[in-house]
Design a protein around this ligand. Structure first.
Ligand SMILES: Cc1cc2nc3c(=O)[nH]c(=O)nc-3n(C[C@H](O)[C@H](O)[C@H](O)COP(=O)(O)OP(=O)(O)OC[C@H]3O[C@@H](n4cnc5c(N)ncnc54)[C@H](O)[C@@H]3O)c2cc1C
Length: 325
């Protein structure tokens, strides 16, 4: 076994300690009613390729009140039954709010919902995803049934000041990072955090104004974008998030080399392999194992890596946090 191919049981310096969180206070068998208190488009332009909404829900008086941390998810149970007469299954949505919620009182949580819209190959019927469209259609004052909270690993560490952060998001993967960044700002964080946000078009960037303001007002925060289907004035070629990682290597390499740094990845399933390839090539052998270990049968050339090799053969260390769906 080479030093690069050590098992993930090998100690990694800089391992974070995570807070204890509450989970499953409300079970899918008995979802609690909550009230929608806001819903707005959160793409950079009102007319964007994707339909994405920031939906705010008042959970006061339910076990969810004050019970979540940024990074966790909650369940939504759409009304009605499936073709077999069984209640619809719940869908999970990331909490986009900071730990205290949208109003710092633990009562209102928000999520970032993308309407699932698809044309079927073959008979070209239009499919509207059940729960995402239900959530996006809800009006202020409507009732929605929720479960949760869920998730105990995709969290900021107990002591964020001991770490720097590289957050990498595609699409609605921005949701947990919005909450985490708001938590960092509220805690007077003074380290370093970079967010790379990926979207197909500039108009599809989410919370773009908020993030630009955060970048302008806080020396610790850097907001970078990667637009994959068009060129922009700062981006002479289309870029995926891993291309942005590479293009910003001069500033990111020293950050990634530091034992303080944690890498968070959230968004479209499949994004993680591109990010892992770039992390591997960007860092010298003695530093890349802070984030990834590979088994002996994995090709040394990352271009030959396959997503199915994660996590058995390509093993992220505990300094990598990943939530893809
Ligand atoms: C931990 C986690 C966090 C998440 N966070 C978010 C988030 O913050 N924001 C977000 O938007 N999503 C999030 N998701 C995804 C979310 O849970 C849902 O999967 C998503 O909204 C789609 O659900 P839906 O009910 O709208 O689509 P569904 O109705 O479940 O449809 C999904 C797909 O199934 C297929 N399909 C459905 N009906 C048919 C049919 N009749 N014929 C053929 N094919 C069909 C289509 O391919 C369709 O696109 C998260 C998922 C996880 C696991």
């Amino acid at each position: 076994m080479t030093s690069e191919q050590a098992s993930h049981t090998v100690e990694t310096p800089g391992l974070p300690e995570l807070p204890e969180v509450r989970q499953h206070l409300v079970s899918p068998a008995e979802p609690v009613p909550a009230r929608v208190v806001g819903s707005r488009i959160c793409t950079a332009a009102r007319k964007a390729a994707g339909f994405v909404r920031h939906v705010e829900i008042d959970v006061s008086g339910t076990p969810l009140e004050g019970a979540w941390r940024a990074g966790q998810s909650f369940g939504v149970v759409p009304p009605g039954t499936d073709e077999n007469g069984r209640p619809h299954k719940l869908r999970l949505y990331s909490i986009a709010s900071p730990t205290g919620g949208e109003r710092a009182d633990g009562k209102v949580l928000a999520t970032t919902v993308k309407r699932t819209i698809e044309e079927l190959p073959g008979d070209h019927r239009l499919i509207l995803g059940l729960c995402s469209n239900y959530l996006c259609d809800l009006q202020e004052g409507d009732t929605v049934h929720l479960t949760g909270p869920a998730g105990k690993r995709f969290l900021l560490p107990t002591d964020p000041s001991a770490h720097d952060f590289v957050f990498i998001a595609t699409g609605t993967g921005i949701a947990p990072f919005r909450g985490m960044l708001m938590d960092l700002a509220a805690a007077g964080y003074e380290g370093k955090a970079t967010l790379i946000m990926g979207a197909p078009y500039r108009t599809d960037l989410l919370y773009d104004d908020e993030l630009r303001t955060l970048d302008r007002d806080h020396a610790w925060f850097t907001y970078r974008t990667a637009i994959s289907r068009e060129i922009t004035e700062n981006q002479p070629r289309p870029m995926y998030v891993q291309d942005r990682l590479e293009a910003d290597a001069e500033t990111l390499r020293p950050m990634l080399a530091s034992e303080r740094t944690l890498v968070y990845i959230c968004g479209i399933a499949g994004m993680e392999i591109g990010v892992f390839r770039t992390l591997w090539t960007l860092l010298p052998p003695e530093l890349r194992t802070q984030y990834l270990r590979i088994t002996e049968d994995v090709p040394p050339d990352p271009a030959l890596w396959d997503r199915r090799m994660i996590p058995r053969q390509i093993k992220p260390t505990k300094r990598v946090f990943m939530e893809v769906y």
